[in-house]
Design a protein around this ligand. Structure first.
Ligand code: C2E
Ligand code: MG
Ligand code: MG
Length: 506
């Protein structure tokens, strides 16, 4: 009886202090019982039950420690360590036999964090337990399931005869896991992303790598926004490693405020004066140095980091234009252009966010111009037009950036409520010399007259020479931007430029 008690007490004690407390209570109770009986003239042996209690307790403790090393306490499934060990072991078993194909499926629960944050950790635990049970119901004895991360499961299967069969199996699991589940009367919908890796057992087989490859493939599927299982391909790992480093640094950079806005003047070609600025983000990374947006905006887009970064850019640009507006009052007033990324454009609360930013900066909507690209609008044209109209409702100005380089449809252009076309620098830069310069000149001329015919004003980007400026002036292009006038400047230098211009006006 005392052995049994020792086992139960140790097994059920979840924490060290609980274990210590329970052991002290039991030992003190036993000693008290013996002492009480002894004072009453009775006698029960103390040492044998104490030994039985401690021995069985120690054995259970040892078993529990080993069990917890290889199992996930929430779902009771094998953990990453156990899965890696089994995969490695698999190879030792097979070394003397002919090799066979092994597959690993890496399953990640989408939006798990928002379920956990929104409905609470208990709901999150319930979701994980239910999903693990559903997975277990669909596996046979040659398929081994484990929980390898917070919201990540992995399955390894062998022997695999047909890779496509594994893909179909993964698709079936995706379907099973996307069935709704119920938590306190609420329906929870969830989906999963799956990455798959294959490898033959043999000398070069390395189990833990197989798990890592499936993980990389899963992340690739996420990056591509793909709902289909993604198979690992060679080369994905180096790409992924570089990208992850960049992503980690980006997150850190955002937290440590390593970003800075530069401002490139936009010049009126009629008056030669500054009409406004385009805000261009720069990353001054502690580890990587000075990085231009072309290198990190795509990753920020892919990872969603562009949303907080974009919000900061808008806030900072509006604050800056307000400051300059107060220090250098002008007529017409300066306009700040801010680039908007695709991800920001599909942000459901964009209009509200911009309204809040304008209000807190204390500026009118028409001080801010958003630069969007044609490709961003072509996914769902009607939705894009409605969003642009709501943005116009805030008084904002809108311009189409890099016009002529993306997917566009001229049949929609007249329906977009935009104010400006920006002629891409790839056309402007080639219209003066080079093989097809005449053709580029015609493209620029056509874009400018297209803009004017639709009552839009036109900004030519990337003006680097006097010659280009003269040509653009002769085509009645209203505004120009480029190294000829100024490179993008830090806020201090842009301010100095404004002060200089102000001085010469006086
Ligand atoms: P963009 O919006 O077309 O910006 C103009 C780019 O042309 C800037 O590059 C600018 O430095 C460069 N540029 C200006 N004048 C000349 C010139 O005379 N010659 C040449 N060769 N280049 C010139 P940057 O700053 O590297 O930005 C590249 C792109 O990154 C931008 O193209 C924009 O699409 C994106 N980007 C920059 N800042 C932001 C931002 O704050 N948010 C978002 N979403 N995207 C941004
Ligand atoms: Mg731009
Ligand atoms: Mg551009």
């Amino acid at each position: 009886m005392w052995s049994l008690l020792g086992g139960v007490v140790v097994w059920r004690s979840q924490r060290l202090w609980m274990l210590g407390g329970n052991v002290i209570i039991v030992v003190a109770g036993l000693w008290g019982l013996c002492f009480l009986l002894f004072t009453q003239g009775g006698w029960v042996p103390l040492v044998p039950p104490l030994l039985a209690f401690l021995l069985s307790g120690t054995s259970v403790l040892a078993y529990k420690t080993v069990y917890q090393t290889y199992h996930d306490p929430l779902t009771g499934l094998a953990n990453r360590r156990s899965l890696e060990r089994k995969l490695q072991h698999l190879n030792h078993q097979n070394l003397n036999q002919c090799s066979e194909l092994v597959a690993v499926l890496f399953i990640d629960v989408n939006r798990f964090k928002s379920i956990n944050d929104g409905l609470g950790h208990q709901a999150g635990d319930y979701l994980l337990i239910t999903l693990s049970q559903r997975l277990q119901q669909h596996l046979d004895s040659s398929q081994h399931l484990g929980r390898v991360g917070g919201d990540e499961f992995a399955i390894w299967l062998k022997p695999v005869k047909d890779k496509q069969e594994v893909v179909r199996f993964a698709e079936k699991l995706q379907q099973v896991l996307s069935q709704p589940l119920y938590w306190q009367g609420q329906e929870i919908y969830t989906t999963v992303t799956v990455g798959i890796s294959f490898e033959e057992t043999g000398k070069n087989f390395h189990g833990p790598e197989l798990l890592r490859y499936a993980d990389i493939a899963m992340h690739k599927a996420k990056a591509l926004n793909s709902s289909r299982p993604q198979i690992f391909e060679p080369g994905m790992d180096t790409q992924a490693v570089q990208r992850w480093h960049l992503e980690t640094d980006l997150r850190l950079g955002l937290a440590q405020k390593e970003f800075q806005l530069y401002y490139q003047p936009i010049i009126s070609l009629k008056t030669g004066k500054i009409a406004g600025f385009e805000a261009l983000v720069r990353w001054n990374s502690k580890t990587r140095g000075f990085i231009s947006p072309g290198a990190f905006i795509p990753v920020a887009e892919e990872t969603g980091l562009i949303v907080p970064l974009g919000e900061w850019i808008l806030t900072e640009a509006c604050r800056q234009i307000r400051e300059w507006h107060e220090r250098f009052p002008r007529n017409p007033a300066l306009i700040m252009s801010v680039n908007l990324s695709g991800r920001q454009f599909s942000q459901p609360n964009l209009v509200k966010q911009i309204k809040t930013i304008l209000d807190s900066a204390g500026i009118e909507g028409d001080r801010l111009k958003l630069e969007i690209t044609e490709s961003m609008m072509m996914n769902d044209v009607e939705a894009a037009i409605s969003l642009l109209n709501r943005l116009k409702g805030l008084g904002l100005r809108l311009s189409i950036d890099d016009f002529g380089t993306g997917y566009s449809s001229l049949s929609y252009l007249h329906r977009f409520p935009v104010d400006t076309l920006k002629v891409d620098k790839s056309f402007v830069g080639r219209m003066e010399d080079g093989k097809d310069s005449h053709k580029y000149f015609q493209i620029v001329r056509t874009i400018i007259s297209l803009g004017h015919n639709l009552d839009l004003d036109v900004i030519a980007e990337g003006i680097e020479t006097e010659g280009q400026m003269k040509v653009l002036e002769s085509l009645n292009c209203e505004f120009g931007q480029g190294y000829l006038f100024s490179r993008p400047l830090s806020s201090e230098n842009a301010e100095a430029l404004l002060a200089e211009e102000n001085h010469s006006l006086l």
